[in-house]
Design a protein around this ligand. Structure first.
Ligand SMILES: [Zn+2]
Length: 219
């Protein structure tokens, strides 16, 4: 049996506490603490489940390459400008905004314009058919883009190791969940853990990740 550990997390600001508290000392909101179960034992295995990345090894300083990193041109003047010239290898970019403002459409449009790069587009929001229909309305060209409807973090890493993409898109972080945490998708612990695992993947593999995240105005 896995040893379980629970933590109380403020659903408003993400502050955590070992005990339930009525008023959050961090953001001042009342009754925002919710118990979230973290199974401790399997936490160790999260990095092992299907993730195949080259381990960080110390290198001689004289052999560290300092040549300009090859950025991925998004073919969107606006987005390239925001990113400082394109998507940098090993960077995680969060596309945040209120639900329904067109984040998925914007990202899909960008992805469909990227050439000569293998892209893995993971959606927990839509079926592959829905993505295809939207993509057809956006572009007539065919990008080297693989689509999958997936919400399991562990499965996402299996797809990544099978496809070995140059760019990963996850729509949205709120729909992704890991088996190592028992709380529901979208909860603070799930979002935090899944984002941390994706960040770790992108740092160690050098593959950029575009992460879509919903931000509710009420919060
Ligand atoms: Zn708080």
């Amino acid at each position: 049996m896995a040893k379980t550990k629970s933590v109380y997390v403020c659903q408003n600001c993400g502050n955590d506490s070992p005990k339930w508290i009525g008023k959050c000392p961090s953001c001042g909101e009342w009754n925002t603490y919710v118990e979230e179960i973290i199974s401790k034992e399997s936490k160790q295995s999260i990095q092992l489940a299907g993730i195949q990345v080259t381990k960080e090894k110390p290198v001689l300083i004289s052999q560290v390459e300092t040549t300009e990193e090859s950025r991925i041109d998004t073919h969107s003047g606006e987005l390239n400008r925001v990113l400082g010239g394109g998507l940098v290898p090993g960077s995680l970019v969060l596309i945040g905004g209120e639900p329904g403002i067109g984040k998925s459409t914007l990202v899909l449009q960008v992805v469909m314009n990227i050439r000569n790069r293998k892209i893995l587009y993971v959606s927990g929001e839509e079926s592959v058919k829905q993505i295809k229909l939207r993509a057809e309305r956006l572009s007539s060209d065919v990008a080297d883009c693989y689509v999958v409807s997936e919400t399991s973090l562990e499965q996402i890493f299996v797809h990544i190791s099978n496809i070995n993409p140059d760019l990963v898109v996850v729509d949205s972080i709120q729909t992704v969940s890991t088996e190592t945490i028992e709380s529901s998708p979208g909860s603070v612990s799930q979002v935090r853990e899944c984002a941390a695992a994706l960040l770790k993947y992108c740092k160690s593999s050098g593959t950029p990740v575009l992460l879509i995240g919903h931000i509710n105005k009420e919060n």
